[in-house]
Design a protein around this ligand. Structure first.
Ligand SMILES: Nc1ncnc2c1ncn2[C@@H]1O[C@H](COP(=O)(O)OP(=O)(O)O)[C@@H](O)[C@H]1O
Ligand SMILES: [Mg+2]
Length: 486
């Protein structure tokens, strides 16, 4: 059909109603951290070397701002940037461009606030500014109209201090702060938690930029450190060879992170990320250098405890946005159908290795208790080609007991250990057992035991030595963080 055919049809105007449309932008479903990340994308695409994220707590009147020293915009460019759908999603983008729909600035901002201003300055030009104010559009304009309003504060001065750059200022942050008084201590604490989450999210999503010294990000004046999911520098991390897919346009690279016992408590806590160890397993999808997906199996597998050490990097160019169904929030991606089998095969290898590492943790049974200082609970023995298990009577907890009194009990346990049943269960349902003291109810018992053994070790050791010994005593070796807290 040629376009001239359209002249045969009567038409009716169905332009969007500004207010309704702007209100529906609010419902895109961004979290505050995803919204902030989307604003940062623009700063990075504008080649900013520095980004400053700040807030000024005033309860419901709090302002939140993101400033960059990127290329800035002229007045016309700024008005166009404020226009919803300013870019064609199918238009080819510069390879470094992190945008996609021409919506991010608008949807991300409106998802959090009812009013936002963008101040921008090109090199050797005066700053320009425009504000979207939902209440103005709603009550007065009833049209797609910006106002030339600059919020109170030293924004102009800040802008003058930069050669070029942009500030996005959010006000009336109603989803988070509606009706909140400035002196509401609890609301303030909650707000600070949200700020902390944003900081961690930024450290994750932009870790490659931060690590590459391409961009420095400051949150409330403090420089944000990168969070790298793969512990690449750690000697106990296992690397899988990189595999090119989709004619080499996509790269996949797997990692199995070290077992907990190989990580210092601090390293262990840090590697856990925003979501926690179990939830952080899976694929990490990057578009250019920007992380979109942080630990998801993309519908190919389920998350399970024994795969939690598997993390796999996927690198996409922005030319494949459409095929990977990158969403507006840039937090969801889907593997194209044609790649699912390849991804599944690669991930299965990494996952299998992850289970191996996970299982070998504080080995359940020490085969030769005398070679190391490690103190297991059980020792495997052999006689006449048959195996049996004995309780290690040099284990500090056993030593501390009245051996004569407990000996019959120990012998009873050793003789009746249900080995065949355990073997069958384990082979039918790998890793369906709790780790020692893993059940919630057992954690206080564990702490009691730990304290008791620690105190008895203190008779002959310094606190430092006692803690080091505890790291080699089963089952305490699996809980270095508790030992640390003693
Ligand atoms: N901080 C910034 N510095 C320079 N230009 C910007 C900045 N933020 C937004 N822009 C301009 O506004 C446009 C629209 O941004 P946005 O709504 O996020 O959509 P997209 O990033 O998908 O293009 C960008 O393409 C860019 O040209
Ligand atoms: Mg954008």
């Amino acid at each position: 059909m040629t376009t001239s055919d359209y002249s045969k049809y009567p038409t009716a105007d169905a332009a969007p109603i500004a207010v309704n449309m702007l209100e529906s932008f609010r419902a895109v479903g961004y979290s505050m951290e995803a919204a902030v990340a989307d604003i940062l994308d623009n700063s990075i695409s504008a080649e900013a070397k520095n980004i400053w994220i700040d807030f000024d707590w005033k309860g419901a009147d709090t302002t939140f701002s993101i400033k960059d020293d990127g290329c800035g915009m002229t007045n016309d460019e700024l008005i166009n940037a404020m226009r919803p759908g300013s870019r064609d999603p199918n238009e080819e983008r510069h390879i470094k461009d992190l945008g996609r729909f021409g919506l991010g600035l608008k949807t991300a901002s409106f998802s959090q606030c009812r009013k936002y201003t963008v101040v921008s300055k090109k090199k050797s030009k005066e700053p320009v500014f425009w504000t979207w104010d939902l209440d103005y559009v709603y009550h007065y304009a009833k049209e797609w109209k910006l106002i030339a309003l600059l919020p109170d504060g030293n924004w102009n001065e800040q802008m003058q201090n930069l050669t070029s750059g942009t500030i996005v200022i959010w006000q009336d942050i109603d989803h988070l702060l509606k009706g909140i008084a400035k002196d509401d201590k609890r609301a303030y604490d909650k707000f600070l938690q949200t700020m902390e989450r944003i900081k961690k999210h930024i450290a994750t999503v932009f870790h490659r930029y931060i690590e590459g010294n391409k961009t420095r990000i400051f949150f409330s004046g403090r420089e944000v450190e990168a969070w790298n999911p793969f512990l690449i520098q750690h000697t106990a991390t296992q690397n899988f060879p990189e595999e090119p897919l989709h004619n080499g346009k996509i790269k996949v690279r797997g990692f199995v992170l070290p077992h907990k016992s190989k990580l210092a408590p601090e390293e262990f806590r840090n590697a856990e990320g925003v979501k926690g160890w179990n939830a952080q397993q899976g694929f990490y999808v990057y578009r250019n250098e920007r992380m979109l997906v942080s630990g998801e199996w993309l519908g190919l597998f389920r998350k399970e405890e024994h795969f939690k050490l598997a993390r796999i990097m996927i690198d996409l160019p922005n030319s494949l946005d459409g095929e990977w169904q990158i969403d507006i929030k840039k937090s969801v991606a889907r593997a194209p159908f044609g790649l699912k089998d390849n991804l599944k095969a690669y991930a299965s290898l990494v996952r299998a290795q992850a289970v191996e590492v996970y299982r070998h943790r504080g080995k359940v049974v020490q085969r030769n208790a005398t070679t190391q200082h490690f103190q297991p609970v059980w020792i495997e023995k052999q006689r006449d080609g048959k195996r049996y298990y004995e309780i290690n009577q040099t284990h500090p907890l056993i030593v501390s007991m009245d051996l004569k009194a407990v000996k019959p009990l120990i012998r009873l346990l050793e003789e009746t250990l249900p080995v065949p049943l355990i073997v069958i269960n384990e082979s039918e349902n790998p890793d369906s057992f709790f780790r020692p003291f893993e059940r919630v109810a057992a954690s206080s018992e564990l702490k009691e035991l730990l304290k008791a053994v620690y105190n008895s070790l203190l008779n002959t050791n310094t606190p430092e030595q006692a803690k080091n010994r505890l790291l080699l005593i089963e089952p305490f070796n699996e809980y270095p963080e508790l030992i640390e807290c003693l």
